[in-house]
Design a protein around this ligand. Structure first.
Ligand SMILES: [Zn+2]
Length: 334
C-alpha cells in the first residue's frame, strides 16, 4: 500500500497494514560512498514452508540488541524525556496536491510550528524535529526559527516524505537519503545525526543505508521502551535505536485513521501521562511523537502544555534532544 496515495503519515501506516512505521560516528563516511550499493532486496514472506534459517533471516534486518539505559541519567535524573515532532506538513498530500488538503499541512508550518516553539520556550525544554528536505524548501523560515532557540535538533525524515520500501531500487533509496542529509546539512549548518523513516517505511535494505550513512541513531522502530543497539543479521551494528511507539503518537488518536474514535484531548493526555509515569518508575526513557499539523491544533496543544507541566513537576527528569540521549547512552561505562 502506497501511503502517499492514502495521505497517511508515519504511524498511521502501522495501524492500517500492521507494519511497524542508529552506530557509526556522525563524522563517518557520507552516504554517497564509492562502494556500490547492494541490489534491492525483495521482502521474503514467512510461510509454513520456510525453514528455521529462512525465518531467522526474514526477521533479522534490525533487531533488539544491548539495552542501553544507563544506571543513571545526567544529574541523577530518573528518566530521559524526548519530545519529537515529525514535520510532515504538505508532503503527506503528495498524491493529491490540491489547495484544500494542502492547507491542512500548511497549517502545520504556518501556525503549529510557531505555536510549538513558543510552548517549548515557555517551558525551556528542548525537542527534536524530523523534517523532510522539501518541507524545508517549502517553509525555509522554520529552520532559523528552530535553530534560534539554540537547544533543538533537526533530523532526517526523507526527501519528500517518500516511502522507502516502495522505491524498489537500493541505489535510488541511497541517493534520496544522501540528498536529504546534504540538504539538511546546508540548511542547518550541521550534519544531522538522527533519522526517522517517513511513513514508518523501513525496507530490507534501509538499515544498511542508515548505517553506511554514519547516523548516530535511528528512531523508526518500535521494539522496546528504552534505547538499544540494533543487531543486524545477528551482528551488533553500533547504531543506536531510540524507539517510538504508536501509543505516544498523536496521529493514532487525532489523524484520519482514528476516525473520531478517541477525539478527547483529555483522554490522550491521560494515556501520555500513564506512559510517562511508568517510564519514570522504570527509570528508562519517554519519547513523544507529534505531528505539528495534527497535535498543534489549539485543543490538543493545550494538553501537550499540561503534559510538559506535569512531567516537569516530577523534577528528576532529563529533557533532552534525541542526539543528546543517543550520545549519552553510547558512552562506554564501567
Ligand atoms: Zn512523517
Amino acid at each position: 500500500m502506497e501511503p502517499s496515495r492514502r495521505r497517511r503519515p508515519c504511524v498511521a501506516l502501522v495501524v492500517l497494514i500492521g507494519l511497524l512505521p542508529g552506530c557509526s560516528s556522525p563524522s563517518a563516511q557520507p552516504a554517497q560512498s564509492s562502494r556500490q550499493p547492494p541490489a534491492p532486496a525483495a521482502v521474503t514472506p514467512i510461510t509454513v514452508d520456510s525453514t528455521e534459517e529462512q525465518i531467522r533471516q526474514a526477521v533479522g534486518t534490525a533487531r533488539v540488541g544491548r539495552k542501553l539505559t544507563p544506571k543513571a541519567w545526567p544529574n541523577g535524573a530518573r528518566v530521559a524525556v524526548c519530545l519529537s515532532f515529525d514535520v510532515d506538513n504538505e508532503l503527506l498530500q503528495r498524491a493529491n496536491p490540491l489547495p484544500v488538503p494542502l492547507s491542512v499541512g500548511e497549517y502545520g508550518a504556518t501556525t503549529s510550528v510557531p505555536r510549538i516553539l513558543e510552548l517549548l520556550d515557555r517551558h525551556q525544554v528542548p525537542a527534536t524535529f524530523f523534517i523532510p528536505a522539501m518541507g524545508i524548501m517549502l517553509h525555509p523560515e522554520m529552520v532559523p526559527a528552530i535553530l534560534a532557540r539554540r537547544r533543538h535538533e533537526i533530523g532526517v525524515h526523507g526527501w519528500v516524505h517518500e516511502f522507502w520500501p516502495g522505491i524498489g531500487d537500493t541505489a535510488k533509496e541511497q541517493r534520496l537519503l544522501a540528498q536529504s542529509i546534504e540538504y539538511l546539512t546546508k540548511a542547518t549548518g550541521k550534519r544531522p545525526v538522527g533519522v526517522r523513516a517517513p511513513s514508518s517505511g523501513f525496507g530490507p535494505q534501509t538499515f544498511d543505508l542508515i548505517r553506511a550513512a554514519g547516523f548516530l541513531y535511528d528512531s523508526s522502530l518500535l521494539a522496546a521502551d528504552e534505547p538499544y543497539e540494533i543487531v543486524s543479521n545477528g551482528q551488533p551494528s553500533g547504531v543506536i535505536e531510540l524507539p517510538i511507539s504508536e501509543v505516544g503518537n498523536d496521529y493514532v488518536y487525532y489523524g484520519e485513521t482514528a476516525n473520531g474514535s478517541l477525539p478527547s484531548p483529555d483522554s490522550v493526555f491521560e494515556i501520555y501521562k500513564a506512559e510517562f509515569d511508568l517510564a519514570f518508575q522504570e527509570r528508562t526513557m519517554f519519547i513523544l511523537t507529534q505531528h505539528p499539523h495534527v497535535g498543534g491544533r489549539r485543543s490538543r496543544i493545550v494538553q501537550l502544555d499540561r503534559l510538559i507541566t506535569y512531567i516537569k513537576s516530577k523534577r528528576d527528569v532529563w529533557f533532552a534532544t534525541m542526539e543528546q540521549v543517543a550520545t549519552y547512552v553510547k558512552q562506554p561505562r564501567s
